[in-house]
Design a protein around this ligand. Structure first.
Ligand code: ZN
Length: 471
C-alpha cells in the first residue's frame, strides 16, 4: 500500500545538498569548541573546522549539541498519556496500566497510528531528540487478522518519520505468547501476535518499506522473555543479521519471579546464559538485576535502555547505576510510553532517581570534578547511537548532522560559565531552551517549533477525539 502522505520534510526549501553550517559554540567529541564550521554532504558531516570564519555558511544561533537518540519508544502510547492516573479498585501497577493500554490500542486504525506517531515525533524533535528507535508491536487489524500488507502499520511509522524528518530505527517486535513457557496469549494481545515464520515475512516487508526512507535502519525486537520461547527467540535472532536487537527485560519484580518459576533463572541471568548477548543488543529497562547480572550486562557490550520517566510513571523500580557505570556499562535513554517527551528531563530524572535511591548527589559520574550533565549526555549519545545502529550521536566527520541548538540567551544560562552549559540545560531550563533543531543538516525546528507543528497537531487532535471522546 502507499502510505497516506500529506507532507514531507524533504519538500521544504532547504540549503543545497552540500552546504556549510556555522555555530558560535559546538559540543564536539573533545568538548566545547568556538566558531565551528561544518560541511554537510547528503546529511553527513564531511568536515569540521574550529576557530573558523563564518564565510558563506548558514549561521545557526545558539549552543550546538549532537541531537540525542531516543532508543525506546512505543509511539502510539503518546495518545493515552494522562488516561491512567486514577486509582483502580486494588493496588495499581504496571499490570493495571497495561490493561488501560490494551483497551486504548484496541481501537487504533492505521491512520490513527500515523497521526499519533507524527505528533509524538514532532514533540521529540522540539525537545531535543533527533532520532528514535520505534519498538513496534501493534501489527494487525482490530480483530487480530493480518492486514493485506503485513507491514501496513510499519509503513505508517515510516510515513510519520518521513513527514517530520526524525531519524528512524524501526524494530518490528515478535510477540508470540502470553507468558513465560509458551502460555497462550490473552485477547488484548491479538494485534501483536506472530509465529517466527510470519514474523520473518513481516521483517522482510518492514525492510522493504524502510528502504523508501533514506538512512532508516531496521532491527528486531523480541518483545520480552514473556512473549517468546527459547526456540522462537533463537529463530528470529538468526534472522536479525547485524541487528540491532532490542528486548524488554527485568522491568518488574513479578516478571523476575515468573521467570524464576519457569526457568530457575532471573531474566537477565537467563539471557546471559542462553543467548549470545553482544553489542547488537539493547536490554530495555534491566531494572531488577543482581550484582552479578549487572556486571555481566556491562561486560557484554550491550546497551542498557533506560527510560526513567516511564519507569517512574509505572512504578517499576530504580536501575543500579553506580555498579553498572563502575563496570564500564553502556546506557542510553528512551521515552518508552511517551507520557512526557523531554530529552533533558530523561537525563535529569535518571540522575535524580539515582540520588533518591542512593541518598547522595552526582551519582552518574565516576571522577572527582567531572560534570554530571556532561557525563550523562555523552554516555547517552554513545549508547543511543549504538542501540539505533545509525551514525548519530556526535558532531564529527562521518556522523549525521543531527544537531540541537540551545538558546544561549535563556535566562537560566545567565549565571552559567562558558563550557558548563550541559549541567544547566539538563538540571535547569530543559526543553524551553531548545531553539533550533537540524536533522541530516536540514532545519526542522526553528524558535522551538517544528515547521509542521500546526498541521500535525490538527490531525492528532482529530484522531484522539475519535479514539477517546467517542468511546
Ligand atoms: Zn517498552
Amino acid at each position: 500500500m502507499t502510505p497516506q502522505k500529506t507532507h514531507n520534510a524533504s519538500d521544504r526549501k532547504q540549503p543545497a545538498a552540500g552546504h556549510k553550517l556555522f555555530f558560535d559554540h559546538a559540543f564536539l567529541p573533545n568538548g566545547w569548541a568556538r566558531n565551528v564550521r561544518l560541511s554537510v554532504v547528503d546529511g553527513i558531516i564531511a568536515n569540521v573546522e574550529i576557530d573558523a570564519e563564518r564565510g558563506d555558511s548558514t549561521y545557526v544561533k545558539g549552543l550546538a549539541l549532537p541531537g540525542l537518540p531516543n532508543l525506546h519508544c512505543h509511539t502510539f502510547q503518546r495518545g493515552m498519556a494522562g488516561l491512567s492516573e486514577r486509582r483502580g479498585a486494588g493496588n495499581d501497577s504496571f499490570w493495571t496500566w497495561r490493561d488501560v493500554m490494551y483497551r486504548f490500542l484496541g481501537r487504533l486504525s492505521p491512520d490513527d497510528v500515523e497521526a499519533i506517531a507524527a505528533y509524538a515525533y514532532v514533540e521529540m524533535l522540539e525537545q531535543g531528540f533527533t532520532s528514535v528507535a520505534e519498538f513496534h508491536y501493534v501489527h494487525h487489524d482490530i480483530d487480530g487478522s493480518p492486514y493485506a500488507d503485513l507491514a501496513e502499520m510499519a509503513s505508517r511509522i515510516v510515513a510519520a518519520a518521513s513527514a517530520t524528518g526524525i531519524g528512524l530505527t524501526l524494530l518490528p517486535a515478535l510477540y508470540n505468547y502470553g507468558g513465560f513457557g509458551g502460555v497462550a496469549p490473552a485477547a488484548g494481545q491479538r494485534r501483536f501476535l506472530n509465529d517466527p515464520d510470519r514474523f520473518l515475512r513481516l521483517l522482510e516487508g518492514t525492510r522493504a518499506v524502510a528502504a523508501t526512507l533514506p538512512s532508516t535502519a531496521v532491527g528486531i525486537a523480541p518483545h520480552s522473555l514473556r512473549a517468546v520461547t527459547p526456540a522462537s527467540l533463537r529463530t528470529v535472532v538468526q534472522g536479525a543479521g547485524a541487528g540491532p536487537i532490542h528486548i524488554h527485560v527485568a522491568e518488574h519484580v513479578k516478571e523476575v519471579e515468573d521467570c524464576i518459576a519457569w526457568s530457575g533463572r532471573r531474566p537477565v541471568e537467563w539471557l546471559m546464559e542462553n543467548i549470545s548477548v553482544d553489542q547488537r543488543w539493547c536490554l530495555i529497562h534491566a531494572t531488577h538485576m543482581t550484582a552479578d547480572e549487572t556486571r555481566a550486562l556491562a561486560h557484554s557490550g550491550a546497551v542498557a535502555g533506560l527510560c526513567p520517566i516511564t519507569e517512574a510513571s509505572l512504578g517499576d523500580g530504580i536501575f543500579n547505576g553506580p555498579d553498572f557505570l563502575a563496570a564500564g556499562g553502556r546506557f542510553g535513554l528512551g521515552t518508552d510510553s511517551n507520557i512526557e517527551i523531554d530529552a533533558a528531563g530523561e537525563l535529569r530524572l535518571l540522575e535524580y532517581s539515582q540520588r533518591l535511591g542512593n541518598r547522595g548527589r552526582n551519582i552518574m559520574t565516576t571522577k572527582p570534578g567531572e560534570s554530571t550533565g556532561e557525563r550523562l549526555f555523552v554516555e547517552a549519545l554513545a549508547g543511543g547511537a549504538q542501540a539505533l545502529a545509525r551514525p548519530v550521536g556526535a558532531i564529527a566527520i562521518g556522523r549525521r548532522a543531527d544537531i540541537v541548538a540551545l538558546d544561549a540567551e535563556h535566562t537560566s544560562f545567565a549565571t552559567t560559565r562558558a563550557g558548563h552549559w550541559l549541567d544547566s540545560w539538563i538540571f535547569v531550563p530543559g526543553r524551553p531552551a531548545v531553539q533550533t533543531v537540524l536533522v541530516g543538516g536540514k532545519i526542522v525546528v526553528e524558535e522551538g517549533r517544528h515547521w509542521q507543528n500546526e498541521a500535525i497537531t490538527v490531525r492528532y487532535r482529530a484522531a484522539l477525539a475519535r479514539l477517546v471522546n467517542d468511546s
